[in-house]
Design a protein around this ligand. Structure first.
Ligand code: PPS
Length: 322
């Protein structure tokens, strides 16, 4: 033990932040209780003009851009709160043919959270080549491993309509202790429209990918709303994309394992050193934005949306209700 008793009280993200900076390898075991001082803000890390969570170290974007991609790698690439965990679970279910034990085992040996966090890129690098790696990742286009653009690995990219995306994001951020601005809905709404929003704003993040890479053979673009409308159809599309055909029975099992209710019931979704962390499932619906956007916010957002999306291919895919 490192002797820092206070570390045992850290909230999970803070704990991970600590271990990423701590030189003692036998330091504290994870403890998932809330911090004793909930007002301590973690702040954000701006690197080359892009805003990252504090867990992303200054050199990580460059390391990620140069990350060595394997042919059978699958990246689940999203703007946060677009359905990352759902899609990751779908991909793993497809690769492991709906076998829950194999999926759980695989998750336990994988690093916690997205590859841009801490030294996850190193941990993924050291994983055995026997199994395909499924890596969730939230990075702008210039930070995605360059070898992906040379056709190596596959990317399942999920986009969620920006209004629901933001409501989900705020529900996550308000307790995350990054910035005070993210705690209240109104100020978080305003912040989300600026380019210095955490992970950039929705438009700056998604448009460069969709507009420039939607026809690339190693990219599959899905929307959260399509997944909600036609869960099974999206499973089949991912099977096809990954060249992993499944039997009718296996497809049904994948759909069952990845339904909102079974994912919520089978918490936890994430593991760290073999221990459970968060369950990221909240409502899992389309149209929740109506419970949060004021009329003025809707009008303001729509004006920006129409301006940013005019003439884009992405505009044809986005649905605010189903
Ligand atoms: S994160 O933190 O960025 O990785 O979050 P992410 O996993 O991308 O998004 C979380 C939202 O996805 C919803 N979710 C689902 N919806 C439908 N079906 C399934 N199976 C499912 N799993 C996760 C989750 O509830 C979050 O959305 P909200 O609107 O907050 O409920």
């Amino acid at each position: 033990m490192c002797g820092h008793q206070s570390h045992h009280k850290l909230y999970a993200y803070e704990y991970i932040r600590h271990i990423n900076h701590c030189s003692k390898t036998d330091c504290c075991q994870p403890n998932y209780t809330m911090t004793e001082n909930p007002k301590t803000l973690l702040g954000l890390n701006v690197i080359n003009g892009f805003t990252w969570p504090p867990l992303v170290h200054d050199t990580n974007p460059e390391k990620l851009a140069n990350f060595k991609v394997r042919e059978d790698d699958v990246f689940v690439l999203t703007y946060p709160k677009s359905g990352t965990h759902w899609t990751q679970k779908l991909v793993k279910n497809i690769l492991f043919e709906g076998n829950n034990d194999k999926i759980r085992k695989d998750s336990e040996s994988n690093p916690l959270g997205p590859i841009e966090f801490g030294d996850n890129y190193k941990k993924y690098d050291s994983l055995s080549t026997e199994k395909p790696r499924v890596m969730m990742i939230h990075v702008p286009v210039d930070v995605l491993p360059r070898q992906v653009f040379e056709g190596k690995g596959k990317v399942v990219f999920v986009i969620r309509n920006p209004k629901d995306n933001l409501v989900s994001y705020w529900n996550f951020l308000k307790d995350r202790q990054y910035l005070e601005e993210y705690e209240e809905w109104d100020s978080c709404f305003e912040a989300s429209l600026r380019p210095d929003m955490l992970y950039g704003n929705w438009f700056d993040f998604n448009l460069p990918y969709y507009e420039n890479h939607r026809n690339k053979k190693n990219f599959l673009f899905l929307t959260y709303e399509e997944m909600k409308l036609d869960h099974k159809g999206c499973v089949l599309r991912i099977c096809d994309f990954l060249s992993r055909p499944l039997s009718e029975e296996q497809v049904d099992k994948v759909v069952e394992n990845t339904s909102f209710s079974s994912m919520k019931a089978s918490k936890p979704v994430l593991f760290f050193q073999g221990k459970p962390t968060y369950n990221l499932l909240r409502k899992g619906v389309v149209g929740d934005w109506k419970t949060r956007f004021t009329v003025a916010q809707k009008e303001r957002f729509d004006a920006i949306y129409n301006q940013r999306m005019e003439g884009t291919a992405l505009a044809k895919r986005i649905k605010f209700e189903i």
